[in-house]
Ligand binder design. Structure first.
Ligand code: PMP
Length: 326
């Protein structure tokens, strides 16, 4: 088994406040009165109808850009610093110069939530390569665009957290890191989308993606954990997994509770014979996995370690984070 350590970064909670001016709201008065969100694009706020990017933006033409999905709970942004760090890592990896500092990005994000008057929700933070021509050369894209969208989402209904998810193994392999490293959270998610289509066609809740060696990499939008004889296992980042922020919280909770997390190559067989399993992701949070390729995992019901993980995770999300309205 190949093992390595994952470290969780410490959250700094910066008190950043700086005016970001809303763009003129050009929504016609005749539009339906449904509550529309305000969307940040390059320093201004737009209504949903007016939030537009160029058809020449390479984010659209080539999936050339990066993103983060971030949650905020109870008036605080969860793990803001870690998400910004990962965004910057993605940017460096694809030679994209983010046109603002991490601090200014953090403030723009907080201001977007304030503009939308939300205390709980999800944020999509996007940096595109910007406008170029129809050729793919990124050097011709002079200014990357920054887009921030808020949403009120709950990915899975509450009963799923009690009853668990099913998954199928997808024929689509996770991108080989030497072709496009899955550690880069890029706008090009077609690899994951292809796997998601397979999961949909099989009527499963999620799709398990293997790497070129046939080991488990991750799911289409979540990291994977299995539990065997009281120990927790998860694939290493080198297996083709995103360095999930929720994944790192699981490492922290496990350390608190004295359970060992081992980063190791995992096969489908290991998933089939696990005592318990769960998935992690910003949108999904920690969610039990109870069936894989038609086989019940453990008792076929969420296990006790998973339940403890979920309840501690909920405490942490309620109690920590960067204040939005202080
Ligand atoms: N893997 C993939 C492919 C994802 O898209 C996500 C969601 N961002 C994750 C794992 C989980 O990462 P995180 O906990 O940071 O949301």
């Amino acid at each position: 088994m190949k093992t390595s350590n994952a470290g969780g970064a410490v959250i700094d909670q910066p008190k950043l406040r700086q005016a970001v001016k809303p763009a003129l709201d050009k929504t016609p008065a005749s539009k339906p009165a449904a509550k529309q969100s305000k969307i940040y694009i390059d320093g201004k706020f737009y209504s949903e109808a007016d939030a537009k990017v160029s058809v020449f933006d390479h984010g659209l033409l080539y999936g050339d850009g990066i993103f983060e999905g971030i949650r905020f709970y109870n008036g605080r942004v969860f793990r803001l610093e870690e998400h910004l760090e990962r965004l910057w890592d993605s940017a460096r990896s694809i030679c994209l110069h983010v046109p603002m500092s991490q601090r200014a990005m953090g403030e723009a994000l907080l201001e977007t939530i304030r503009q939308n008057n939300l205390r709980n929700g999800y944020i999509r933070l996007i940096v595109t390569r910007g406008v170029g021509n129809l050729g793919l050369n990124p050097e011709l894209c002079k200014t990357p665009s920054v887009i921030i969208i808020t949403a009120q989402i709950a990915l899975y209904p509450e009963p799923v957290y009690k009853n668990g998810l099913s998954l199928v193994t997808c024929a689509t392999r996770r991108t080989n890191p030497s072709a496009l490293n899955p550690a880069v959270k890029s706008l090009n998610y077609l690899n994951n989308v292809m796997a998601r289509i397979e999961a949909n066609q099989a009527n499963a809740d999620e799709g398990l993606m293997l790497n070129d060696e046939g080991n488990v990499a991750e799911c289409t939008a979540d990291n994977v954990f299995i539990i065997k004889r009281g120990q927790i296992f998860t694939p290493p980042i080198t297996a083709g997994a995103l360095r999930g922020i929720t994944r790192s919280v699981v490492f922290e909770i496990a350390a608190e509770t004295g359970i060992k997390v081992i980063e190791a190559d995992i096969t489908r067989h290991d998933v089939f014979v696990a005592d318990e399993a769960f998935l992690t992701g910003t949108a999904a949070e920690i969610i039990p996995l109870v069936k894989a390729d038609g086989r019940p995992i453990g008792t076929g019901k969420p296990g006790p370690i998973t339940a403890r993980m979920i309840s501690r995770f909920r405490e942490i999300t309620r109690e920590t984070g960067t204040p939005i309205y202080s």
